[in-house]
Design a protein around this ligand. Structure first.
Ligand code: MTE
Ligand code: MO
Length: 156
């Protein structure tokens, strides 16, 4: 009996360890909360590659290529009427948060939700990455407002 217990516990442990991390992104727009289809984002025809310089603390700036979708397009794809709102908050799993004016989102080719860097999927915080989603603001020379591990977008 004891042996069986051990085997069951071990099996549960293995199954839990094998399970991939769930990627989730919630969009809160007024009263409604949308659980975004993350595959629709990463497979989107609207996702583009663009160059960026990454400045991480204590390291030299690195030229890289990010892939992502413009936040304005992401919101439209989720049937959100951006002009109904004034500000947009990006929350990360570690409690980091950045609030932007809606006007900034509407500037063309500036604010992107990215999911790939140099051809590789962004890893989660647990796996030492900056993803699975990272907000990148191209016109921000310094990357303080580039929110890593974004898991919630709130429109108010
Ligand atoms: N989720 C999250 N995003 C974040 C931060 C953070 O602490 N958490 N730090 C910001 C700051 S201050 C900078 S300079 C850049 C790069 O952070 P790094 O120096 O830790 O790589 O990410 C920004 N985005
Ligand atoms: Mo920073």
């Amino acid at each position: 009996m004891k042996k069986l217990k051990y085997i069951i516990i071990l099996m549960i442990f293995i199954l839990t360890a094998c399970q991939g991390e769930k990627i989730s992104l919630n969009i809160v727009a007024g009263e409604q909360t949308i659980s975004a289809n993350t595959e629709a984002i990463t497979d989107s025809d609207e996702a583009v590659n663009f160059p960026a310089v990454v400045r991480s603390s204590g390291k030299k700036p690195v030229e890289t290529e990010y892939k992502g979708i413009e936040v304005s397009k992401l919101l439209k794809d989720n049937n959100i009427n951006i002009s109904d709102y004034d500000k947009i908050t990006f929350n990360a799993v570690d409690g980091y948060r950045v609030i932007l004016n809606i006007e900034e989102i509407l500037e063309p080719k500036n604010v992107y939700l990215t999911f790939e860097r140099d051809g590789e999927k962004l890893k989660s915080k647990n796996k030492g990455g900056t993803g699975p989603f990272q907000l990148v603001i191209r016109r921000d020379a310094f990357s303080q407002r580039w929110v890593k591990h974004v898991n919630e977008i709130i429109l108010e």
